[in-house]
Design a protein around this ligand. Structure first.
Ligand code: IPE
Ligand code: IPE
Ligand code: MG
Length: 231
């Protein structure tokens, strides 16, 4: 990801979302957390299908953090199985909608069958015109440490060389970071990339988040004045 901010500040090119609140959505309805995650996948599906008209070049979605392994084995299994199902059911949609899939995080250490499915999906979507980057087994501190180690290996540690080795190195600068569910924290997501990103925290639980809400967020973004330290 380059260091130069978007020239046209009014139009967001890259939005990232911390998709939080599936568990609380289910709990409110007396349903198991797994149903909340299923409905969360539905929200992702609708959003990805709406991307074509949004003007966005890239949408980055936090799907599974490196800290989410702390959850029960059942919940982790549910999440991994949902991932398998989603890739199977939606890969063709991605291709048809000209979505280029990208994965950030330590995804190569997921179960071998998932790695294989993801490799296949990455290859089949490589010609897409807008990017959906999914953060899987992602932790921002780990990403920065990996990038710094690579920069150190070539004896050149500075902002540019670290940025060049982040998982996001081929994505546009992050314009807007959204978190659902009312929590106001970053939970180890895109710490480096958020240096000058605008932030939006909404109370909506992730399964209730709609493409119209993204539109509203983009309108809100367009009215903000970005300064990047200057005047
Ligand atoms: C987000 O919803 C999904 C993942 C972290 C995988 P949560 O499962 O964190 O839902 P809450 O925060 O418990 O409501
Ligand atoms: C962040 O949500 C991770 C994802 C949305 C994938 P969490 O629910 O894991 O974050 P904390 O634990 O509330 O900070
Ligand atoms: Mg949560």
């Amino acid at each position: 990801m380059g260091d130069t901010p978007s020239q046209d500040a009014a139009r967001a090119r890259h939005v990232a979302i911390i998709m939080d609140g599936n568990g609380r959505w289910a709990k409110k309805r007396g349903l198991p957390r797994s149903v909340g995650h299923q409905r969360g996948v539905e929200a992702v599906r609708k959003l990805v299908r709406s991307l074509d008209g949004s003007g966005l070049d890239c949408l980055t979605l936090y799907a599974f953090s490196s800290e989410n392994w702390k959850r029960s084995e059942d919940e982790v299994d549910d999440l991994m199985n949902l991932m398998r199902k989603f890739i199977k059911s939606d890969l063709q949609q991605f291709i048809d909608n000209k979505v280029r899939l990208k994965i950030i995080g330590d995804w190569q250490s997921l179960a071998p069958d998932i790695v294989e499915m993801l490799e296949d999906a990455l290859e089949k979507t490589s010609q897409g015109s807008h990017t959906v980057a999914v953060a899987l087994n992602y932790g921002s501190q780990q990403e920065i440490a990996r990038a710094a180690a690579k920069a150190a290996a070539i004896g050149d540690v500075n902002e540019a060389s670290i940025a060049a080795n982040l998982d996001t190195n081929d994505l546009p600068p992050l314009d807007l970071l959204i978190r659902t569910s009312g929590e106001i924290r970053l939970s180890n997501f895109l710490l480096w990339q958020s240096a000058y990103a605008e932030m939006l925290f909404v109370d909506t639980l992730w399964p209730d988040f709609t493409p119209e809400m993204l539109e509203t967020a983009l309108d809100d973004f367009a009215r903000r004045e970005r300064r990047f330290g200057g005047r």
